[in-house]
Design a protein around this ligand. Sequence first.
Ligand code: DQA
Length: 147
Amino acid sequence: MKTALVLNGPNLNLLGTREPAVYGHATLADVEKLCAQACAKQGLTLDFRQTNHEGVLVDWLHEAGRAQASGTLAGVILNAGAYTHTSVALHDAIKGAGVTCIELHISNVHAREAFRHHSYISPAAKAVMAGFGVKGYALAIAALAEM
Ligand code: DQA
């Protein structure tokens, strides 16, 4: 059984209380449960993580590249939070690791402030999802299972 690695970046630990009008009321623990259910449906094992640190995401993407090369990982669903809009390092990590990556955003970043319209992740990602709320995680897992 392959693993789906779901990586969450900065401030996503605050889900549930953080700007609920934008991100909803579900907590990160709720999102993990939703992902576990989606993975069970798809015959995937879930590995769900969050960090506020850019370098930790880089390390996890490298680890994911090795796991995918060895055949144990289906790919990564990455909500890089604000690093999406700033991080050349994450762009390089996805490309360098050669990992299949679905970029995910809870909110529709294109309907928000102009500084959220550019993503350093998108050119390195296999696909991009935004604006489906936390249900997007389940949709992304289903999509990863089909890839
Ligand atoms: C986000 C959108 C980003 O612009 C923001 O910095 C986040 C969350 C989203 O899931 O909608 O932290 O990635």
